[in-house]
Design a protein around this ligand. Sequence first.
Ligand code: DHB
Ligand code: FE
Length: 265
Amino acid sequence: KANKRLAQLMPSLVRHLHDFCRENEVTVEEWSQSVEFLNECGRMSDDKRNEGQLFWDILGVESLVDEITYKVAADSGEKPTTTAILGPFWRPNAPIYPMGSSTILKDQGGDVTHMHGSVTDFTTGKPITNAEIDIWHTAPNGLYEQQDPEQPDMNLRGRFYTPDSGDYDFYCLRPTPYPIPFDGPAGKFLKLLDRHPMRPAHIHFIISAKGYKPVVTQIFDRRDEWLGNDSVFAVKDSLVVDFAPKQGDEKAGFDLKYDFKLVAV
Ligand code: DHB
Ligand code: FE
């Protein structure tokens, strides 16, 4: 059965692609390089590596469709929690932990952080019970666990469920800036354009709760030198946070408070 949306999209895509080729007088040789590039992305992709997504991301496409989908332009003032791109490293079924636990399964150094805050209804300000906080970030070596045979399965990932108070807290790491994987076609592409592969230090989240729009987002460390220069264009002002030194907690050297505000569906 024909797909209506596809029938609407394809003539437009084809028109833009053809215009692009005409305007730039793209040659057969150049076109065949693009074929090789796409094939290489496909060959490299598996459940640990998502080269197709990486490619769209360095072109800013995921970031753009995120903005279009959630209609959140550069933000200021009181707003619900802003979305950001998912990126290629989310995994389903992260371990479920009780509040107050740690996602760190192996000591590889890094600055342990006690992160806490609340999940509330943006409109009413009321706490949201049983909201799921799904978090993932890299180890201090800049690698997600599925990229790194030295890390235990599901290291630095976890899911937490808010109690009646809507409050949450857990231990994670203050994140590290790192390059997106640049040993494949997307990385080659960046090099040919003289672009760097760095992402500012960030922690990923998906916050979801019954009756609310799920929020896929990331938070960024204000002190990061790559903040204004993210290779995948995901930074938004309201997602930049301050890690504060923490005293009196033998488990953590840093404290981070962040409140998530969801919008009802
Ligand atoms: C991308 C996103 C990430 O969060 C990351 O860690 C690496 C790459 C990306 O958008 O391609
Ligand atoms: Fe990431």
